[in-house]
Design a protein around this ligand. Sequence first.
Ligand SMILES: *Cc1c(COP(=O)(O)O)cnc(C)c1O
Length: 362
Amino acid sequence: MKENRIYNFNAGPAALPLSVLEEVKESFLNFAGSGMSITEISHRSKLFDEVINDAVLRTKRLLKLDDRYQVLFLQGGASLQFTMIPMNLLPDGKTADYVDTGTWSSKAIKEAQILGKNIKVVASSKDKNYSYIPGNVKFNSDAVYVHITSNNTIKGTQWASFPDTKGIPLVADMSSDIMSRTFDPKPFGLIYAGAQKNIGPAGVCMVIIREDLLKMVPENLPSMLKYTTFSSSNSLYNTPPCFSIYVIQLVLKWLEETIGGLDKIEEINKEKARLLYETFDSGNFYKGTAEKGSRSLMNVTFRLPNEELEGKFIQEATKNGFGGLKGHRSVGGCRASIYNATTIDAIRALIGFMKEFEKKNG
Ligand SMILES: *Cc1c(COP(=O)(O)O)cnc(C)c1O
């Protein structure tokens, strides 16, 4: 079975640690001695309580969150957060700042505008096809929050360090880099991440929210669209995506107990990205599309000398057991998504293939 698995560079849903998949398989018919699958037990059972509580606890430990933060598991993907954030946190008559770094932040901006909210786009990298992260951004002192996308999955850029908002709560879409590195959580009022990039299967979005932001949630919102509904019920207001939360728990356990925490995974992720970018920079066949200071450690976007070669590259890569290397349909080119579960061995194998391909076609 293991021998049939490919080197998976998918952008999302994406590779999961093999040991986690094996644990899921092992326990699938008889979860924790219950005689039932995790997909068959009640979300109100003690067994599931243990799963969700452990996932919350591990998230808090890994990210070093203090008691002011709550960890929620919501449905509707990261995309519903584009709506829920302004709906819950931005009262009419107030404003919020947004930084536009490409597809996903553009969508967040669009949804806030659909609600008729007053938001300001304070910086954008659209002028250079979103190939960089804007520097020295000035924020409006009356902004209720500042929204950023920490890693731009499609454009291959990432905030290397977070902007100083002078005390205005940061709200960040970390869908494609949550749990990939260490950072100081204190400036953040809210962090959200669709699970399917770096922490689990599709179907659930992790939302981390600080208590001062919870206090801003208006009473008169529909229950399912209100953060307080989920913060007051341990994410169990209605039936949550139990299976996805269970796999997240296992991924976080793997991160803590097998890898050794975020310091360790950051070190590994930096080395993986360095090896790939070095392959581009040491020749002129492969060219990275992101500016050097803005390069993502998670989504490595690149081009070959022409589109014909790119097509051939992806085709031959697939034949050789390397999957998911096609760039997003909106931008073309190539992309290797190298999330936490992608091993250094997979990177080395990919680089070997790339060098071989260059020799034959360069
Ligand atoms: C994938 C992705 C999304 C969309 O996530 P869904 O869960 O499909 O809604 C949003 N933001 C970023 C940064 C992403 O990578």
